[in-house]
Ligand binder design. Structure first.
Ligand code: SOE
Length: 366
């Protein structure tokens, strides 16, 4: 029997996940059978066009009608839409994947994580960068002690799509609808990777900045206020006294999707760049400096599913790996990470960074 998937949202993330679902039977024959059953949205015309293009059998303009008709519910809507449909789906016993950050507010994220715990079904917060082979390999190296005792983690996520003051306003610029700006949209990925690779964030000191306070509304003769950060930076203490520095910007001129991670340990260091995601830079001997490791063969857990070594993969493959792992967990009932509890852990850090920016003091992450 195949798993019927219902997907809310058909734009950027809808396309990324629909592509992943379509790739599974071709490249991951051991994945459960999946049916792209129903696509959910508000604009009927756009929805019908998207459903045809993305291979969905049905459409619905009412998520309430689909949450107990499907075996899995994907919530890929804007942040403020994450809580209500996801909680309702969980109350109907349906496993849920939600895009990141988990919610637009800490209280919604808490309600979502509580609903997940009560439902006892697999959930996912879509931190797709955990599924880059080089990141999986980095985790293995760190866990095997190859870098020795970890002292520092540094993560930067740089984009530039808002540097033009005339770039239009969108829900991503509104605190009610998005929660935060670069912090929640980009920083959430970095903080999740820090917690995945190194350990929990225990306290933070944060700084948020908005460079352009209002933006034009597309097609209208008006502007709307920007109520979120355009950039943030934070220093952090992670479990075991690891020192962390995090940064993200939508104003980093010339940087399109530049997410970099660095880890320093007593025996070595590593560097990862999303723009070169097939590689990992590794330093284990200071006389030789960093070596570029091509993440293939035994260092890539997914290689057998794709191409021969050296035939590189890209950004979209991270979604295929993520969907494969999540749907396999739904099928087998096994535990899946990153789940809603992991999403809540990140949201708690985001909240602490905002609080620290407001009161000018370090804040403990409870
Ligand atoms: C923002 O531009 C964005 O699309 C994020 O929302 C995604 O999470 C990130 O992967 C790429 O950039």
């Amino acid at each position: 029997m195949s798993l019927k998937v219902g997907v809310l949202g058909y734009r950027f993330m809808g396309k990324a996940h629909a592509n992943a679902l379509a790739r599974l039977p071709m490249f991951f024959p051991d994945a459960p059978d999946v049916e792209r059953h129903v696509l959910v949205g508000r604009d009927e015309e756009a929805l019908t066009e998207a459903a045809d293009r993305l291979g969905f059998e049905n459409t619905s303009t009412n998520w309430k009608e689909v949450i107990d008709e499907v075996d899995v519910f994907y919530n890929l809507g804007p942040n403020f839409v994450h809580a209500e449909p996801s909680i309702a789906a969980l109350e109907a016993g349906t496993p849920v994947l939600s895009e990141k950050p988990l919610a637009a507010s800490l209280s919604d994220a808490e309600r979502m994580a509580d609903a997940a715990e009560s439902a006892g079904v697999p959930t996912a917060t879509a931190f797709n960068y955990r599924f880059v082979p080089a990141i999986r390999y980095a985790k293995r190296l760190i866990e095997d002690g190859e870098l020795g005792e970890i002292h520092q983690f540094r993560g930067k996520y740089l984009q530039d799509w808002l540097v033009d003051p005339e770039a239009p306003w969108s829900w991503r610029n509104d605190a009610e609808l998005a929660g935060s700006g670069a912090l929640g949209d980009l920083g959430a990925h970095t903080i999740d990777l820090a917690q995945f690779l190194v350990g929990d964030v225990e306290r933070v000191s944060g700084h948020l900045q908005t460079f352009v306070d209002e933006r034009p509304v597309e097609g209208e003769d008006e502007t709307k206020p920007v109520t979120v950060d355009d950039a943030y930076s934070a220093q952090a203490e992670l479990a075991g006294g690891v020192m962390g520095t995090f940064e993200a910007s939508r104003f980093a001129t010339g940087h399109k999707n530049d997410h970099t991670i660095e880890v320093h340990g007593s025996e070595g260091s590593l560097k990862f760049s999303l723009e070169r995601l097939n590689e990992l830079e590794l330093l284990r001997d200071d006389n030789r400096g960093y070596e570029t490791i091509l993440v293939t063969d035994e260092s890539d857990p997914y290689i057998d599913h794709w191409w021969p070594p050296g035939h590189v993969i890209g950004w979209e493959h991270t979604f295929v790996h993520e969907n494969y792992e999540f749907l396999s967990a739904v099928d087998s009932g096994e535990e899946y990470h990153p789940n809603f509890a992991d999403g809540l852990k990140v949201q708690t850090v985001l909240n602490a960074i905002e609080e620290s920016d407001e009161n000018g003091e370090w804040v403990s992450v409870e």
